[in-house]
Design a binder for this molecule. Structure first.
Ligand SMILES: Cc1ncc(COP(=O)(O)O)c(C=O)c1O
Length: 467
């Protein structure tokens, strides 16, 4: 008996080089003691820098983790709770935390918040609410590779790229927005909205007020939606500070216009608190119909009640929440500096950035040819020979070959230092021998060749479809 088309179609996106790099890492993961020559995972946007702060809070509040309230067990209450509206105390704590991150310049109403199992579920749910199969969302490139899965796979929605380039630091421009809209029309796709990530994954930059205003003007004129995925909002460690789209439309007095109802935020605690395993995400929308539909859909991906209970207590501790955000940003800033300076010392520059858990690294000068074949060839060397799993720009649909995303917050400082040393040895070998001498693991070359062909074919298949 055959399976469904959804189960067997190839549009999930897990064949992208982004995920293939993870598979290679799984086969040979670096461990300081057990596998010191293994691959270092730099393709995973995890924040492991501030676990000690969360653990200290848990140690100081032992009753919470034991599911007690005022000394009494609430185990049974939590075990039975399954209301898809979520625990009111948790929704209150979430909106207060979201306001705190936005410098209290935006007030969020907990009634407009829908809880979801991570931002993954929030993004997909919004697609189900805002678009029908075959309709399109415009997204600036380069973008988070997971969007191909989250936004398209089960919904049948299409993504049309807004092409941004290094010529202006990958900033969104009015002509690029218009061009994407025109491209969608040429493909007979009805455009339902624009989706941006602010701060950007993979660029690590916050959107400027100018860009945010452009986006609002654009969706106003075209009568479409705007989704702002603000999952990295608490990570902005350098000025200019993070500005939420809700602040922009509030300042522009859009409250009484229909634009107000067409702007939606996605948020999650996976990055700012470093809790991707807890699966806590949310949709914030000013449109009651979207809130109502998304709430009903959220029963397919609820946040467990014990997680809501634990985090409502943690986030309602305002003193803790505030100091956590400040300290976490300070640590991210240090890591970012270490990464940027380390690469700079070997002649590799990064896009100037001020947020998130990664750098957007410019290695165009290391390509054997200025093509995506050249990019995959270099990526293969970095994974197999240098021993670092980084994400090639083509997996993020970047239009220029030679850019790579390097994550810096999912490892210890020593491991990051080792990663930089490995890059140093690689670049030195290239400089001294035109690139042919460096090899840490030459015995794996035949496996590498077939793997590379496969990745290359898949990456290019994706790119062809985009054109
Ligand atoms: C921009 C963006 N959106 C959504 C997600 C998914 O996050 P979650 O773990 O909350 O599902 C990620 C994860 O990397 C991301 O970078």
């Amino acid at each position: 008996m055959t399976l469904s088309m959804k189960a067997t179609c190839n549009s999930h996106g897990q064949d992208s080089s982004y995920f293939l790099g993870w598979q290679e890492y799984e086969k040979n993961p670096y461990d300081e003691v057990r596998n010191p020559n293994g691959i270092i995972q730099m393709g995973l946007a995890e924040n492991q820098l501030s676990f000690d702060l969360l653990e200290s809070w848990l140690a100081e509040n032992p009753d919470i983790a034991r599911f007690k309230r005022n000394g009494e067990s609430i185990f049974r209450e939590l075990a039975l709770f399954q209301d898809y509206h979520g625990l009111p105390a948790f929704k209150n704590a979430m909106v207060q935390f979201m306001s705190e991150i936005r410098g209290n310049k935006v007030n969020f109403d907990p009634n407009n918040l829908v809880l979801t199992a991570g931002a993954t579920s929030a993004n997909e749910t919004l697609m189900f609410c805002l678009a029908d199969p075959g309709e399109a969302f415009l997204i600036p490139t380069p973008y988070y590779p997971g969007f191909d899965r989250d936004l398209k796979w089960r919904t049948g929605v299409e993504i049309v790229p807004i092409q941004c380039t290094s010529s202006n630091g990958f900033r969104i421009t009015a002509p690029a927005l218009e061009e994407a809209y025109r491209l969608a029309q040429k493909r007979n796709l009805k455009v339902k909205g624009v989706l941006v990530t602010n701060p950007s994954n993979p660029l690590g930059i916050t959107l400027t007020r100018h860009e945010l205003n452009l986006l609002v003007d654009f969706i106003d004129e075209k009568c479409i939606h705007l989704i702002s995925d603000e999952i990295y909002s608490g990570t902005a460690f350098n000025s200019p500070s993070f500005v939420s789209i809700m602040e922009i439309i509030g300042n522009r007095n859009y409250q009484k216009t229909d634009v107000w109802n067409r702007v939606h935020i996605v948020y999650s605690l996976s990055k700012d608190l470093g809790l991707p395993g807890f699966r806590v995400g949310s949709i914030y929308s000013n449109d009651p119909l979207v809130v109502s539909a998304a709430t009903k859909m959220s029963s397919f991906g609820l946040v467990s009640s014990q997680t809501q209970y634990l985090l409502s207590a943690m986030l309602s501790d305002k003193k803790f929440a505030k100091s956590y955000v400040v300290e976490n940003q300070r640590r991210l800033k240090n890591r970012h500096e270490m990464m940027v300076n380390g690469l700079k010392s070997i002649g590799i520059s990064c896009l100037e950035s001020n947020a998130a858990l990664f750098c957007w690294v410019d290695m165009r000068h290391l390509l054997s040819s200025n093509t995506f074949e050249g990019e995959i060839e270099l990526w293969k060397k970095i994974v197999y020979e240098v021993g670092l799993n980084v994400s090639p720009g083509s997996s993020c649909h970047c239009v220029e070959p030679g850019w790579f995303r390097f994550c810096f917050a999912n490892m210890s400082e020593d491991t990051l230092d080792l990663a930089i040393q490995r890059m140093k040895a690689f670049v030195n070998a290239i400089n001294s021998s035109n690139g042919n001498a460096f090899s840490r693991n030459s015995s794996k070359s035949s496996r590498r060749k077939s793997f590379t062909k496969w990745v290359f074919r898949l990456s290019f298949h994706d790119r062809e479809r985009e054109r």
